[in-house]
Design a protein around this ligand. Sequence first.
Ligand SMILES: [Fe+2]
Ligand SMILES: [Fe+2]
Length: 349
Amino acid sequence: MYGNDYGPDDAATRTETRDRLPRRDEPLNAADAAALEGYFDELIDADQRIEPRDAMPEAYRQTLIRMMAQHAHSEIIGMQPEGNWITRAPSLRRKAILMAKVQDEAGHGLYLYSAAETLGVTREELLDRLHTGRQKYSSIFNYPTLTWADVGAIGWLVDGAAIMNQVPLCRCSYGPYARAMVRVCKEESFHQRQGFEILWTLARGTEAQQEMAQDAVNRWWWPSLMMFGPPDTGEAATKGHTAQSMAWGIKRFSNDDLRQKFVDMTVPQAERIGLTLPDPDLRWNPERGHYDFGAVDWAEFKRVLSGDGPCNAARIEHRVRAHEEGAWVREAANAYVAKQADRAVVGAA
Ligand SMILES: [Fe+2]
Ligand SMILES: [Fe+2]
């Protein structure tokens, strides 16, 4: 159920409350602020969706803008490492599949920038924050794609980790984000399967192909585990944004829980493919009912995130160049819309 769709008993009073509240862009007096907080909390407690028309705490709005923008940036920057292999895909079939996949990622970026715009920030501003380094994208895309097997490893591991993160976001408390995620997740599951199938095929190929597949998995495994973000349970539970985001119904699981789910899902798949995962500490723990795994190198994560990964500079340089070279397309699209609007006015006169 989406929106503030209460049952018949509650509907009248809740609508009244909402009508009394100022809109998001109107100034708040103290009474309004208290009513707003109560109404917002009621919606969150009832596991209802917050919609763009609803007033919301500024910190909630800013958290969502940050999350959704970084998610959108990751989708479009993520096109680069795989786009690198479109011209060198080993067959026409592989090329067509990869092109469709990379195009899907552009679409995911579009849904997410559009959803973020409902929070009162423009796409131009968000792209400017990306281009000037004021907002980040997933650190995984700062690693290079050295061989064709990397396309398989990205689909299987990186898109697999993305799905694990994104399926719970389909129940996120902010309606436009949740709805965008439903479609994104359907496409991500295709991405994961195409990656699995590439590695499956290579693992049944020549010795050189098997080695290439194993080498790609060795390089992408740890960065994939980093995709879930730093530890946020146990001693780390009070650090970072997780506790607040969970209280607001934006996040549904901790980074550590999602990472564990990903490991538990992926180990049996690796066994099926016939590849190993590069972690000597990886083993089933019957008492926990989960796989134990080794320590992630968080120093590397921080280094890559802060700009010192193998491809950070190249990714942003390419993005800015594509944006500048695409300016004429945006201008042409705007001119077309203006022309259509003029015609509609003339037609109506
Ligand atoms: Fe995506
Ligand atoms: Fe994807």
